[in-house]
Design a protein around this ligand. Structure first.
Ligand code: MN
Length: 733
């Protein structure tokens, strides 16, 4: 018995395929059918039928849409990976990777669950679904799968019925619409409405049943009148009529607060002609026969809808004051309206289907999905928001909300996308349950969990380079502007002074009050500290600030009769150029070129520290900080003969190893907190050792690599904020 039903379904499928696509290799389809039948053996649908009937039905819907052979084969196998022991490789071996990839794509979508959400979330989910499917056929099969499940929904428990119906209404019907699958969209909506508002659905269907005779009589009368008229004028046309689908009547009732008998235009007519010229000819005749309703005429032939829909549409009033809609279109437009994307594959490409994996061919679909003006009475306002999918990535919060970020985004973008407070207190991130680095590139469908802490040190400047969204960058910059004024001033000063040095200008210019006032006013800041702070958080570049100073100096100099400041400036630049090219490890040694340079282990200097050199026996010059105890003691004992003057090159590159000693109250979690600070600052740590001191304190030694003193000072400032820290010293002591 069961066998009979299954075989009958298959025969119908084979007929439909051949009808749409005579060139198809039915052997392959049959093989897929048998594989599915065997794989699902013993499984049954809730209706009691063998499970494979569902696979055949989904394939049948795909075949009716005119999809290609691979799609039908994949539709037959669509539940195999999810519900049977078959794997991607099994399917690939027998039916090719194309088909296996499609089945896997459908499986992935099946695992995403949707519950009731806000409008915007729905739009994100729809976009995510589309984006997740690299091959649009995955979506088409998923829609076919859903359509058959909705058709057989009566066998499910009521809670499932409602949940699936909401999902259908919110997710699948809009996608079907966007892909131009008009008939599928209508059916999905009507089936969903049946479970979402059974009373409303019954009211309409019962009313339509009661009025069936009247409506049918009316429709055939109008149909005949139009046909006769067109025949009379020699226009070849096919006239069709239908009652509008239930959900569209339902929506009209609710939008206009009507009862069902108050909805006038229940009927719609369609005139299909051979060419575009006839579309407009027919329109003329219709408007001559019936009174057109003002404002209801739409020309989607001249400007097609984004989903490819084309028709000339008008609403007219017939005898007895009954309103009805007429669509006029060519056969080609008709096929597009009925089959959407599938029609394009079949008829536009002129071949029996899509050569799969051909990205070029999908490009127009993407364009279509991106398209801007759906003039459908505000129905899809959200379409306006549609960006290119390639530029976006969709990820989940642990609660299942979708967050939409620019492609290439990392957990930092995500954290700030949730809330700036989340970003500012972020200490780590988990993706799909695993800890990831801050620069991990988020993938579609990732579940992202941001780890936060009240004692988090706040964002690091590096984050601005890691994140992809402007929103995150702005929020980080704001944080620095607000929370870190001292740090900004420090950093801004370093940057400004560096830039000033590079320009060959002396810091002494800053003592010239008149000059300073003019410059600050022109830079729109109140004080020098304000200027440094602004440079520090990135509100203005140090180059711009220095250029302003340079201009003012030049201007002032012009007015003076003495040797111009500009000349001084040029001289300085000359002096500077004579000193370049001799630096070793970023250090210049007075009177020596290319001598061996090493950095002392006692005080570990970094660029920005005032430094001094010590000529060692046969090991070149050892560089110390000017405040190094060894230097200070040594000078006293040995005199100054072995100490020579050294300086940092204007621009140092690379990282310099340095050591910090932290004295802190010994407590649980001390080392973890310190490590967290270093981690969020993306500091490059070589070693971190802690030992307990007899007095209840702990000593933590950290060796790390930094680019310059500014970076190091920031790290020290942040470490000072860690609970229990009493003292931080540099060097190995
Ligand atoms: Mn299924």
């Amino acid at each position: 018995m069961a066998e009979e039903i299954v075989e009958q379904g298959y025969r119908e499928l084979a007929d439909t395929i051949l009808e749409h696509n005579p060139g198809v290799d039915l052997g392959r389809v049959r093989a897929a059918f048998e594989v599915a039948d065997l794989a699902h053996a013993g499984q049954r649908r809730k209706a009691g039928t063998p499970y494979v009937t569902h696979c055949v039905a989904a394939a049948q819907i795909c075949a009716e849409m005119g999809l290609d052979e691979d799609s039908v084969v994949a539709a037959l196998l669509h539940d195999c990976i999810e519900d049977t022991s078959l794997t991607h490789d099994d399917i690939a071996r027998q039916f090719g990777t194309e088909v296996a990839d499609i089945v896997e794509g459908v499986t992935k979508l099946t695992r995403v669950h949707f519950t009731n959400r806000e409008d915007e979330q729905m739009e994100n989910l729809r976009k995510m679904l589309m984006a997740m499917a690299k091959d649009i056929r995955v979506i088409l099969i998923k829609i076919a799968d859903r359509l058959h499940n909705m058709r057989t929904m009566e066998y499910m428990v009521p809670s499932k019925q409602l949940e699936k119906s909401m999902e259908t209404m919110e997710i699948y019907a809009p996608i079907a619409h966007r892909l131009g699958l008009q008939r599928v969209k209508w059916e999905l909506e009507d089936l969903a409405l049946k479970y979402i508002d059974p009373d409303g659905y019954q009211e309409i269907t019962r009313y339509l049943e009661e009025k069936a005779d009247t409506l049918n009589a009316f429709m055939s009368e109008v149909q005949k009148k139009i046909t006769d008229r067109l025949t009379e004028y020699g226009i070849t046309a096919t006239v069709q009529s239908r009652i509008k689908h239930t959900y569209s009547i339902y929506r009209k009732m609710y939008a206009q607060k009507l009862t069902v008998d108050g909805v006038f235009d229940l009927c719609a007519f369609r005139v299909i002609v051979d060419n575009i010229a006839d579309c407009y000819n027919v329109l003329g005749h219709i408007h001559d026969m019936y009174r057109p309703v003002p404002g209801r005429f739409k020309d989607y032939v001249a400007s097609p809808k984004p989903n490819g829909y084309q028709s000339v549409q008008t609403t007219v009033i017939g005898e007895e004051g009954i309103m009805f809609e007429v669509q006029i279109r060519t056969w080609e437009m008709h096929r597009t309206a009925e089959y959407g994307i599938a029609a394009h594959w079949k008829y536009k490409s002129g071949e029996a289907g899509v050569r799969a994996g051909d990205e070029e061919k999908f490009a127009w679909i993407r364009r279509l999905l991106e398209a801007q003006q759906d003039s459908d009475a505000g129905e899809f306002v959200h379409d306006l928001k549609m960006d290119m999918f390639d530029d976006e990535v969709f990820v989940f919060t642990p609660q299942g909300d979708v967050v939409n970020l620019p492609a290439g985004a990392c957990p930092i973008d995500f954290a700030y996308g949730i809330h700036s407070a989340v970003g500012n207190s972020m200490i780590g991130a988990k993706v799909n349950g695993r800890i990831v680095p801050f620069d991990y590139t988020l993938q579609n469908g990732d579940i992202v969990d941001i780890l936060t802490s009240k004692s988090a040190p706040g964002p690091s400047r590096d984050w601005m380079n890691l994140c992809k969204s402007n929103a995150a960058r702005t929020k980080i910059r704001q944080w620095f502007k607000k929370e870190r004024r001292d740090e900004n001033i420090l950093r801004g000063r370093e940057m400004f002074e560096g830039e000033l040095r590079r320009a060959g200008l002396s810091m002494n210019y800053l003592n010239d009050e008149e000059l300073l006032d003019t410059c600050l006013r022109k830079l729109a800041v109140n004080s020098l500290d304000d200027l440094f702070a602004t440079i520090g958080y990135g509100g203005i570049t140090s180059t711009r600030a220095v250029n302003r100073f340079r201009d003012e100096i030049a201007r002032a100099a012009k007015q003076s009769s003495q040797k111009t400041a500009l000349d001084k400036l040029n001289e300085a630049a000359e002096r500077r150029s004579t000193k370049t090219g001799k630096a070793v490890n970023g250090v210049l040694v007075e009177g020596m070129e290319n001598c061996l340079i090493k950095f002392s282990r006692c005080c570990t200097p970094v660029p920005g520290d005032p430094i001094v050199g010590y000529i060692t026996r046969g090991q070149g010059v050892s560089v110390h900080r000017e405040d190094c105890p060894n230097y200070l003691n040594n000078v006293k004992e040995d005199g100054e003969d072995r100490w020579i003057s050294v300086e940092w090159a204007d621009a140092t590159t690379g990282l310099y190893s340095t050591t910090l000693r932290i004295l802190a109250r010994d407590r649980n979690g001390l080392v973890l907190d310190i490590a967290t600070v270093l981690n969020t600052l993306t500091a490059k740590v070589d070693s971190l050792n802690a030992r307990r001191l007899p007095d209840g304190n702990a000593m933590v030694h950290i060796t790390l690599e930094v680019a310059d003193l500014t970076t190091l000072k920031i790290i020290i400032a942040r470490l000072r904020a860690v609970g229990g820290v009493r003292q931080i010293e540099r060097g190995n002591g």
